[in-house]
Design a protein. Structure first.
Length: 202
């Protein structure tokens, strides 16, 4: 009787590899609403000053101050919506045609362009001055001219007011310019006065 010998051969293959870390932050493969920090194999979401993460998973930042007011216009009125209390509030009314709004968080003053009056006005925001202001009152900055203001922007660091205005009197083409003054309307001057068209914004 013959016995058969069975041999088993085992091949050992050594595989070496390197794991490359993808930078999810640079590649846009994250869900952070504000800041993203890459770590080995993952990322961490964080928030800027004045904000905190709303939970541990979504990466969404929310304001630390729960009081947030969204300001909007419906033409003759400036209105607000307090998101924490889910209520609408009237800031001021009886204007003509409010076209553009901006807000100075330092002084708590709203600025707006009224395209009907061709004027720029301002008012304290409701609840400004630690709650002392109960209703807005418009103050005309006396910046009227032949052009119609169509946009406003506040530089609250430099205390400047910028606005865009257009001259609609020319039938074939309208001319626009960008103006600047101090926030109280003093020292008005043009900073861009050529090459601007009807539809400008700042």
């Amino acid at each position: 009787m013959h016995r058969k010998k069975i041999f088993k051969f085992i091949h050992v293959i050594q595989i070496s590899y390197t794991v490359l870390d993808l930078n999810e932050c640079e590649l846009g493969l994250h869900h952070c609403s504000q800041d993203c920090t890459n770590i080995n194999g993952s990322f961490i979401c964080s928030c800027r000053e004045g904000f905190v993460l709303s939970d541990l998973f979504s990466g969404v930042c929310k304001a630390e101050d729960p009081k947030l007011t969204i300001v909007y216009t419906n033409g003759p009125e400036l209105r607000g919506y307090e998101s924490n209390e889910r209520k609408h509030l009237s800031i001021l009314s009886n204007e003509k045609r409010i076209r553009a709004i901006d807000f100075d968080p330092k002084s708590e003053i709203l600025y707006w362009a009224d395209s009907y009056d061709q004027s720029i006005k301002r008012s304290y925001m409701v609840d400004a001055k630690s709650g002392q202001v109960k209703v807005g009152y418009p103050q005309d900055l006396d910046i009227k001219g032949p052009f119609k203001p169509v946009a406003v922007a506040i530089d609250w660091m430099g205390d400047n007011l910028y606005w865009a205005e257009v001259d609609l009197s020319k039938e074939d083409k309208s001319a626009g310019r960008i103006m600047v003054a101090k926030q109280d309307g003093r020292y008005k001057r043009s900073i861009v006065s050529s090459g601007m068209h009807k539809y400008i914004n700042i």
